[in-house]
Ligand binder design. Structure first.
Ligand SMILES: [Zn+2]
Length: 150
């Protein structure tokens, strides 16, 4: 399962009762994207929640794809956001804290840790392949990227 399948909406019950429409707890579930982040229910949220839900929509659901928001861009952008936080030196717990301050989302620190480990391992594999191919420039770039995630 991708990390984006393990990102949840904080205060889920409270938000459901505010917008008076049920939606799944998973932030990237199709129905959550439709109902919470793009639906008319948004107007019924309290101001603090509304700000953060809108921020999420603006930052991750802003592509022009025809299938938006079900095009895969939101997930890709969110993964980039997580890796950026890691590159700033944040650990799994701090990343979860920032994500809930920024966007009213949460994840389990253990899932975040596995995601970060997997990202490093993926880059290691890419680096090895590049070396085998004699693409030293690529291997070096990937290694730089990987070091920033450690
Ligand atoms: Zn898109």
């Amino acid at each position: 399962m991708a990390i984006t399948d393990k990102i949840y909406v904080k205060n889920h019950q409270q938000l459901v009762s505010q917008i008076e429409t049920s939606f799944p707890k998973g932030a990237f579930k199709g129905a959550t994207l439709d109902i919470l982040f793009q639906g008319e229910g948004l107007a019924k949220l309290d101001d603090a929640s509304q700000d953060r839900v809108l921020d999420f929509a603006e930052d991750f659901l802003d592509c022009d794809c025809q299938a938006n928001p079900h095009c895969g861009c939101p997930e890709r952008k969110f993964v980039a956001y997580l890796l950026e936080l890691r590159e700033q030196g944040l650990g799994p717990d701090a990343i979860v804290d920032v994500m809930s301050d920024d966007y009213l989302l949460y994840a389990y620190p253990g899932d975040m840790l596995s995601f970060l480990d997997n990202s490093v391992r993926t880059l290691e594999a890419v680096e090895t392949l590049a070396e085998v191919d004699g693409r030293d420039d690529v291997a070096e770039e990937v290694q730089r990227r990987r070091n920033r995630l450690m």
